[in-house]
Design a protein around this ligand. Structure first.
Ligand code: AMP
Length: 400
């Protein structure tokens, strides 16, 4: 069975075609700058690359590019579209409506639409993606939606309720939802497999550290707390996002500078974090390089990040009543071994010991344990694979 996985953004659409017989990626690509000038790149599993500038006015036109590439003589990987058995979509916000993946029907699309106020850019784009997919592939190909928030839906009210007047929870569903759930789910399950244990018997802290970052506490295979909140702005500092702040910082700066709510939103989401502190870049590699060549603000950004990761691990260890495994994943978690060791060395008080050689070697897609045999907590680097989780959920629902 071949499954097409779609991640639709407001001006981009990433895809992977996965052969579920061996879970290999047969083709992948990205439609960028949809509605602007348009750039399309398609790569096959055997290394053929098709790249072109092409105007895509909307998501339907982007889907036409994907379809044509998949069946093209030169760059194609299937003979005709019938070979695509189902399509799985990544959806950022499932709110309280969706606690698991579901087959798409009109009610589901309306449900995702109703959550647009909670994730204006993302959910609106996902709906466009689903409708465009229906336009191009028709209703015969089943579609499934997999939510970033779903894995976090097990959080108890004491973890997800914000201490603002309760009426805002009741009126507007203002609460912590958490994001990157598909990634936290994949790496926690993989962690249990690598430990040879049932996930229900272990306590895990998963650190998804990328351009966007979140940390999650998992007990009995269920999320009990996570660092992102109502939106992906909460939690630890990120590439351009603040992470958590004293809310007064927001009103104070807004008043001083005369910023509107929308201008503040841009400042907090796009101009802060690594970029705002270092003044160099939002990219960890650039900031690390600047710090190494003596840039004090770049070093400060790194110190803040490592300190915040440390504090989250400490507080989630307390929330879990102990921890059996810590997992690092995503761009920074999988590659920036200096942050991993700096954080873990500060966890020596609770028996965490990382092997410096194993840590240095666990980069660029390498999966494995980086803690020493006598460490009281197992520490893993596990490359995330959200697309595979989406494809697996899609196959399971379609086969049902
Ligand atoms: P992500 O959002 O998961 O793609 O992660 C992006 C972040 O990972 C950026 O801050 C990058 O600097 C960082 N990173 C560090 N090393 C690498 C690498 N080898 N490949 C990709 N991202 C990396």
């Amino acid at each position: 069975m071949k499954i097409l996985v779609i991640n639709a953004g407001s001006s981009s659409m990433k895809y992977q075609l996965i052969d579920m017989d061996d879970e290999s990626v047969i083709a992948k690509g990205n439609c960028e700058r949809i509605g602007v000038d348009g750039h399309f790149k398609h790569t096959t599993g055997d290394g053929r690359v098709y790249e072109t500038d092409v105007v895509m006015n909307n998501h339907t036109e982007a889907f036409v590019q994907i379809k044509n590439a998949l069946i093209s003589e030169e760059y194609g990987v299937i003979k005709n579209l019938d070979e695509v058995s189902a399509i799985g979509h990544r959806i950022v916000q499932g709110g309280a409506l969706f606690s698991e993946s579901v087959l798409v029907n009109e009610d589901v699309i309306k449900g995702i639409e109703s959550l647009i106020p909670l994730a204006p850019l993302h959910n609106a784009a996902h709906v466009q993606g689903i409708r465009a997919c229906l336009d191009v592939f028709g209703t015969e190909v089943p579609e499934v939606v997999v939510f970033d928030t779903a894995f976090h839906s097990t959080m108890p009210p004491k973890a997800f309720t914000y201490p603002v007047p309760y009426e805002y929870y009741e009126k507007y569903a203002v609460r912590r939802y958490g994001f990157h759930g598909t990634s936290h789910r994949y790496v926690s399950q993989r962690c249990a497999e690598l430990m040879g244990k049932d996930i229900k018997d272990i306590k895990i802290i998963t650190c998804h550290l990328g351009n966007g970052s979140s940390i999650t506490a998992i007990k009995d295979g269920k999320v009990i707390d996570t660092s992102m909140g109502l939106t992906p702005l909460d939690g630890i500092m990120m590439g351009t996002r603040t992470g958590c702040l004293d809310p007064s910082v927001v009103t104070f700066i807004a008043e001083k500078e005369g910023f509107t709510p929308s201008e503040m939103d841009t400042l907090l989401n796009k101009k802060s974090g690594f970029l705002g502190i270092s003044g160099v870049s939002s990219d960890d590699r650039d900031v690390t390089a600047a710090a190494e060549s003596g840039n004090a603000r770049a070093q400060l950004a790194i110190d803040i990040l490592e300190y915040q990761i440390l504090k989250y691990i400490g507080s989630y260890t307390a929330a879990l009543g102990g921890v059996d495994a810590i997992v690092f994943t995503a761009g920074i978690g999988e590659n920036q071994c200096s942050h991993r060791i700096n954080v873990c060395n500060n966890l020596a008080y609770m028996g965490v010991k990382v092997d410096a050689d194993l840590n240095a070697k666990a980069i660029r897609g390498v999966e494995g344990k980086i803690s020493t045999p006598d460490s009281t907590v197992d520490v893993f680097v596990i490359p995330t694979n959200e697309e595979l989780v989406i494809a697996r959920d899609t196959m399971a629902l379609v086969q049902k």
